[in-house]
Write a protein that binds this ligand. Structure first.
Ligand SMILES: Cc1cc2nc3c(=O)[nH]c(=O)nc-3n(C[C@H](O)[C@H](O)[C@H](O)COP(=O)(O)O)c2cc1C
Length: 300
């Protein structure tokens, strides 16, 4: 397949594996890149040495292009950006923060800069700052989300920017890819579908919980403190939401989220933890290899 995204990244299919804090390591990224998409090593939840080790490992495992994701809330973000500029993955995506001050530095290092945005204003701002492409992420997505659906983002943003647009949020099969291309996107980014892959290092309990989940099992925490995070309903989320929509002080909320994602995806405690995952859950029926996932995406 040929789109503006496949040309930009030099990949076979217009499919990016979204960064997933803690679990998107070199094994997952290389599996996606070797299957013809573009894998991403996610710095979220890790220190700078981990990023250096994983990007170096990925470089030794594949000649195919892959990327790195920098979470702009991270304490070590400056050091991670410096390390990534030295290691030069093909591209960088940015999440959770303002990427504008870093775009020029990334591009000067010869790396393609692709910020993740959640509204038209951000899209125009990063394009003006020199972004090579953008991921537009709808509120259907897993993880930290904005407040606009992917359909509305595609409708609002695609006609108003010239750089390639990658659609993210709720895309898990080839119908989603076709819909995004029909809307004028140049490709898609998927997180949830690759979370439930053989190569993803998440705990098997977490993957199976996603396989069993259906649409109404998706919940958003932190809406009232403007820190929306989407994931799977659990004992923890029931308790959190009870407090969130009570008269309890807002200050008691954000601290409660600390450690619960790792509890689910690393320790496998899916009831007292919180798996970040998107809304399109029903088609995710089994744990597949990244190669099978990409093959299913491009069939038909
Ligand atoms: C478990 C999980 C963790 C995520 N962590 C990050 C992250 O660290 N940085 C980031 O930019 N996006 C993160 N995301 C968002 C994904 O990169 C991607 O945009 C999103 O999953 C797309 O929506 P989907 O889950 O419906 O496919 C995460 C998503 C999931 C499911």
């Amino acid at each position: 397949m040929k789109t503006k995204l496949t040309d930009l990244l030099g990949i076979e299919y217009p499919i990016i594996q979204g960064a997933m804090a803690v679990v998107s390591n070199s094994t997952l990224a290389v599996a996606v890149s070797e299957a013809g998409g573009a894998g991403i090593i996610g710095a979220g939840g890790h220190d700078v040495q981990w990023v250096i080790d994983e990007v170096t490992k990925a470089k030794s495992m594949t000649k195919k292009p892959f990327g790195a994701n920098i979470v702009l809330m991270a304490e070590q973000k400056e050091a991670i950006i410096d390390a990534v500029c030295q290691l030069k993955p093909k591209f960088v995506t940015f999440g959770a923060g303002n990427p504008v001050p870093y775009i020029e530095k990334i591009k000067k290092a010869g790396i393609i800069a692709i910020p993740v945005v959640a509204n038209l204003k951000q899209a125009k701002k990063v394009e003006a700052a020199g972004a090579d492409g953008i991921v537009i992420e709808g509120l259907e997505a897993g993880g930290h989300i904005g407040r606009v659906t992917l359909m509305a983002l595609m409708t609002n943003i695609i006609p108003n920017v010239a750089i390639p647009v990658i659609a993210a949020g709720g895309i898990v099969d080839n119908r989603g890819l076709k819909a995004a291309l029909a809307m004028g996107a140049s490709g898609v980014q998927m997180g949830s579908r690759f979370f439930v892959s053989e190569e993803c290092p998440a705990h098997v309990n977490a993957k199976l919980k996603v396989v069993e989940a259906t649409d109404l099992d998706s919940v958003v925490l932190g809406h009232t403190i403007r820190h929306d995070v989407r994931g799977i309903r659990s004992r923890f989320t029931d308790e959190y939401l009870k407090i969130e929509f009570s008269d309890a002080p807002r200050s008691s909320l954000s601290g409660r989220m600390k450690g619960v994602y790792a509890k689910a995806v690393c320790d496998g405690d899916v009831e007292n933890g919180f798996i970040q995952i998107g809304q399109s859950l029903d088609p995710i029926k089994s744990i597949l290899s990244c190669k099978e996932i990409i093959k299913n995406m491009i069939q038909g």
